[in-house]
Design a protein. Structure first.
Length: 519
């Protein structure tokens, strides 16, 4: 390689401007040649059903189509292209073994309506996964069908509501700490409850006294994320459970952060009645654009009879799908998902668990916590941390260190893009000013962490040295630079409109019609 070539950024070469496929092809072209159909009668075989107007689909050759989608895929920063330090999201490596097993024809080619007698292996797989989940959490039952964490929360609160109504004791309020993930209050509101926020204390945890003061016999549930969204373990979790139970409320735990404590703590032992798990966070199934997720909910004995259908039961070594409740006297909340849930994710999660083993899972949670603490310790001298460490699986910083620099948390995140990293989570949790939440996961090597730490320190030093202009201009190397994020959210351009002269008759006019030029 010559010296001059070295100055050309390969990164940039992958970030070609890519027009829409509609702008590249043209409706009058086609990439396939079909022989003229034999027409026995000599007439037009399509007759009156022949299309009168072009439908406006672009014609391109096969290589053009392949290149278009490949280039688009290269614009997508992914967990396979680099460190994804998003906090709260647990962007974890997806082992290829999981993918291989999910594609086995005996699993990948199943039809969800096949008779149970022909899919005994698949049902056994779901039953085995359920066993792992109940064993790891120390809770007796699990509803497997929810499709994501938020869906799991909804199902959890639906079972709580059903259990309370069954007791003849419907209640009106759900208590949620102010540091909660946004899905928690949203779920409680969607279930018809009034949401009451509980303040945190100076240690970044739930303020136990304020929680106790807010409890009363019309509280249906207390929802707590543990480890919480500040990346800290709620040390008072047992006392929170006791306090909730004393007034007859259920204790819901948001288990999206379970990856920090797997194999070390069983939520059932902490007094938790109900908790969703994110297979796509804790157990390495793909998520984020690559979805779909899977959010099974583990349930206490009191909530199990209300679990949604369908689920797998075993009798004398045979497996069947139960469509009418977990017990003879079960009162299921109904069905929350088509068929049996995200079966492909079940395969991946179980492959991950069985290849790791219980000891491996325990080590993974330990390594995740170690990695986060390494980042916290290394960056603490330059960045400001709102709460004293050690942390759990994610390290939280605030923007006090940027005071008077003219540089914001957002500027720093944008500058990180040019350095080849996905930005960390910013401005969440809301309780911390200018928050930066970094979650490295156990799958990142020390070398990668060191590179990230050096980059973060370099940027911070640049900000402290007063190079405000540099940050204003970031990112420079991405295909899109600073977007008007408010406008992008309020007036998204969701529809491409063909140039007027070739416009076919519109088939539907749903959605806001904003031309691409408005970008
Ligand atoms: C990700 C997350 C959720 C929501 O899970 P989804 O699968 O995205 O619906 C809920 N709570 C916490 C703490 C999370 O990190």
């Amino acid at each position: 390689m010559t010296g001059s070539m070295k100055t050309i950024s390969g990164h940039r070469g992958l970030m070609l401007e890519e027009p829409l496929i509609f702008e590249q092809g043209s409706p009058e072209k086609t990439a396939v040649d079909l022989p003229a159909p034999p027409s026995p009668s000599g007439g037009d075989r399509l007759g009156p059903v022949r299309r009168e107007r072009p439908i406006g689909l672009p014609g391109l050759s096969e290589p053009e189509v392949v290149r278009h989608y490949l280039r688009l895929s290269q614009q997508n920063y992914s967990i396979d292209s680099g460190l994804f330090p998003l906090g709260s999201c647990t962007m974890k490596h997806n082992p290829r073994l999981n993918e291989k097993l999910a594609r086995l024809p005996g699993l990948g080619d199943l039809h969800p309506l096949q008779p149970a007698s022909t899919v005994q292996g698949a049902l056994r797989l779901m039953h085995t996964l359920a066993h792992w989940l109940t064993t790891l959490t120390g809770l007796p039952a699990v509803a497997m069908s929810p499709a994501a964490g938020a869906h799991g929360e909804l199902v959890g609160l639906m079972t709580i509501r059903a259990a309370l109504e069954d007791r003849g004791d419907p209640r009106r309020r759900v208590l949620v700490p102010e540091s909660a993930h946004g899905t928690n209050p949203a779920t409680a509101a969607a279930c018809g409850y009034a949401v009451q926020s509980v303040p945190g204390d100076a240690r970044g945890r739930v303020d136990l006294e304020k929680l106790r003061a807010a409890l009363s016999p019309d509280v249906a549930a207390v929802m707590v994320t543990n480890p919480n969204t500040c990346g800290l373990f709620e040390n008072d979790v047992r006392l929170i459970a006791e306090a909730a139970h004393e007034v007859g409320a259920f204790f819901y735990c948001d288990g999206a952060n379970f990856n920090a404590i797997v194999g070390r703590v069983r939520p059932g032992d902490l007094g938790i009645d109900c908790m969703h798990l994110n297979l796509h966070k804790t157990f390495s199934t793909p998520h984020g654009g690559g979805g779909p997720g899977s959010g099974p909910v583990v349930l206490s004995a009191a909530l199990a009879p209300f679990a949604p259908v369908a689920f797998v039961a075993e009798e004398n070594g045979r497996f069947r799908l139960v469509e009418h409740g977990m017990h003879a006297d079960g009162k299921p909340v109904g069905r929350v998902k088509g068929f049996h849930g995200q079966f492909g994710m079940f395969v991946r999660a179980l492959a991950y668990m069985m290849s790791m083993g219980a000891d491996g899972l325990r080590q993974a949670s330990g390594d995740a916590v170690l990695n986060a603490n390494y980042i916290l310790a290394e960056l603490q001298g330059t960045f400001s941390a709102p709460f004293a460490g050690p942390c759990m699986h994610e390290a939280l910083f605030d923007d006090r260190f940027l005071k008077d620099t003219g540089v914001s948390t957002l500027d720093l995140a944008k500058a990180l893009i040019d350095e080849g990293f996905h930005p960390m989570t910013v401005y969440f949790p809301l309780v911390v000013h200018g928050a930066m939440l970094v979650e490295p996961t156990e799958t990142e090597s020390k070398r990668t962490l060191d590179r990230f730490i050096a980059t973060m320190k370099g940027l911070a030093e640049r900000a402290l040295a007063g190079d405000e202009a540099f940050f204003r201009e970031s990112p420079r190397l991405s295909p899109r630079r600073r977007l008007d994020e408010t406008r992008a959210a309020r007036k998204p351009v969701l529809r491409w409109r063909p140039p007027a002269e070739t416009a076919p008759e519109p088939m539907e006019t749903a959605g806001e019609e904003v031309g691409r030029a408005a970008e």
